[in-house]
Ligand binder design. Structure first.
Ligand code: URP
Ligand code: ZN
Ligand code: ZN
Length: 468
């Protein structure tokens, strides 16, 4: 069923031109002016941008965490993603203590089976690494398309690994061609601060941020970069929240190291000042690293423009404020009276492109090319998906968003597709949004109507990172 997209303005990370796009089956097969071809479906994209589908390389669907599990699964989460123009996610399988990476991969493949509405890949979170497991890392990279490993310097007793484990994993990854992703906060220091603050009777949600200072993020960011330098491996620092941490990445890149960083919409739009009053509403904004003081935001926006940070993902990890929403159990309320028990994480997968377009292109005058680079092309290259994904080109998957710069969208929990009872950006109106979203050649969203199918999304065996 060939599809023709006519009269659109095609934007890639490098190009901006008007042409028609011909799609056969799942792939873009021709791009040219005034194509004279037979199509079963013709889409008129006059006055609109035709961009590659967004790629969110940091999501947590159905993640067991904080005594519950994130409220979106691969079905609701990928439908929500598609509504906002994201046609590919890379989620995280978790190797928990005493279980193998293979077991973790099988568990996450089962969780996603028949559910995902758009394509997805998986990273592997490592929580321990005995020497005789090292060959499993190579097997994941070589045979399973799981080409990135995430480790944490935070969450002691849950995810945190020590420097020796990090270094060991980094050395192996340097040899097998994978990418290391790091959650960088000093978990030991934070643990002490949390205990001290609780002992002093400081229990409200805002204390979460006070117990996780930006210096703890700066120190761990510096450390993981130093470890990666010694191991000779590229490192991607996830969810950079503060100016201080970002400066570590900028400095390393200035020395020519293959160091990369992402930030997330919550660090660009939300501020500690907005929940400093200690009310339980603040639980909506509990994530780690925490939402920082407002003064950080402009540094992060500038870092995105100037390539000191290379990508924007969401760290989508939603938990409901109230028990019972769509049958879900108690989530954020688990931490009433003790901030350390509030499950960490925020929703965002649906609104990443909305927010980046508004904040970057509309408010700060970025080119559409930079926008596409940050939300699609760089993530694709980092995660070994380019050029299959992350661009509009002959031979690429027809993951395409018809972006209408004149289609305002008001973000609200009343209308969003994410399975969560609040939206951190409630009532914000953005100027542009997707008019149509295609996933491998099939329309999955027509405006605000989901016309795709759960289970149509495929597991992606990714290649090696190739962002230079
Ligand atoms: O608060 C967060 N970020 N929750 C998700 C897990 C993680 O650290 O990425
Ligand atoms: Zn993290
Ligand atoms: Zn995360």
């Amino acid at each position: 069923m060939p599809t023709l997209i006519k009269n659109g303005r095609i934007i890639t990370a490098e190009q901006d031109y008007s042409a028609d796009i011909y799609i056969e089956r799942e792939t873009v097969t021709t791009i040219g002016k005034d194509l004279n071809v037979q199509a079963d479906k013709t889409i008129d994209a006059s006055g609109k941008y035709v961009i590659p589908g967004g790629i969110d390389v940091h999501t947590h669907m159905d993640l067991p965490f904080g005594g519950t599990a994130s409220s979106d699964d691969f079905e609701t989460g990928t439908i929500a993603a598609a509504h906002g123009g994201t046609t590919c996610i890379v989620d995280f399988a978790v190797q928990s203590k005493g279980t193998s990476m293979r077991h973790a991969l099988d568990t996450w493949l089962r969780k996603s089976e028949g559910k995902a509405a758009v394509d997805f890949g998986l990273h592997m979170i490592l929580t321990e690494l005995p020497d005789d497991w090292l060959p499993e890392m190579d097997a994941l990279v070589k045979h399973e398309g799981v080409t990135s490993f995430k480790m944490f310097t935070a969450y002691p007793g849950v995810f945190m690994v020590d420097d020796a484990t990090i270094f060991k994993a980094m050395k192996r990854t340097a040899d097998n061609g994978g990418l290391i992703c790091m959650h960088a906060e000093n978990g030991g220091v934070i643990d002490l601060l949390v205990k001290k603050m609780l002992a002093e009777g400081k229990t409200t949600p805002n204390v979460h941020a006070l117990s996780r200072p930006a210096t703890a993020e700066q120190e761990a960011t510096h450390r993981v970069i130093a470890l990666s330098e010694m191991a000779g491996v590229p490192v991607y620092v996830v969810h950079v929240s503060s100016h201080l941490a970002m400066e570590q990445i900028r400095e390393a890149r200035g020395r020519g190291l293959p160091t990369y960083g992402e930030t997330c919409p919550q660090y660009l739009y939300l501020a500690y000042e907005d929940y400093a009053d200690g009310s339980f509403e603040g639980a909506k904004y509990i994530c780690s690293p925490p939402i920082r003081e407002r003064e950080n935001q402009e540094f992060l926006w500038k870092a995105l423009k100037g390539d000191d940070l290379q990508a924007v993902s969401t760290d989508h990890c939603p938990f409901c404020m109230k028990e019972g929403y769509k049958g879900l159990p108690k989530q954020k309320e688990l931490g009433k009276g003790d901030f350390s028990k509030i499950p960490n994480g925020l929703p965002g997968v649906e609104n990443r492109l909305h927010l980046l377009y508004e904040g970057g292109v509309v408010k700060r005058g970025w080119s559409m090319n930079r926008f596409v680079q940050l939300v699609s092309t760089a993530p694709a290259k980092l995660m070994g998906l380019f050029p299959r994904k992350g661009t509009v080109a002959v031979g690429s998957d027809a993951d395409i968003v018809i972006w209408d710069p004149k289609r305002p969208h008001t973000i609200s929990a009343n209308s969003h597709f994410m399975r969560v009872d609040y939206n951190p950006y409630e009532s914000m109106t953005v100027s542009g949004s997707p008019a149509l979203v295609l996933s491998r050649g099939k329309v999955v969203f027509d405006g605000d109507k989901f016309v795709g199918k759960s289970g149509d999304g495929q597991f992606l065996r990714r290649g090696q990172y190739n962002l230079v």
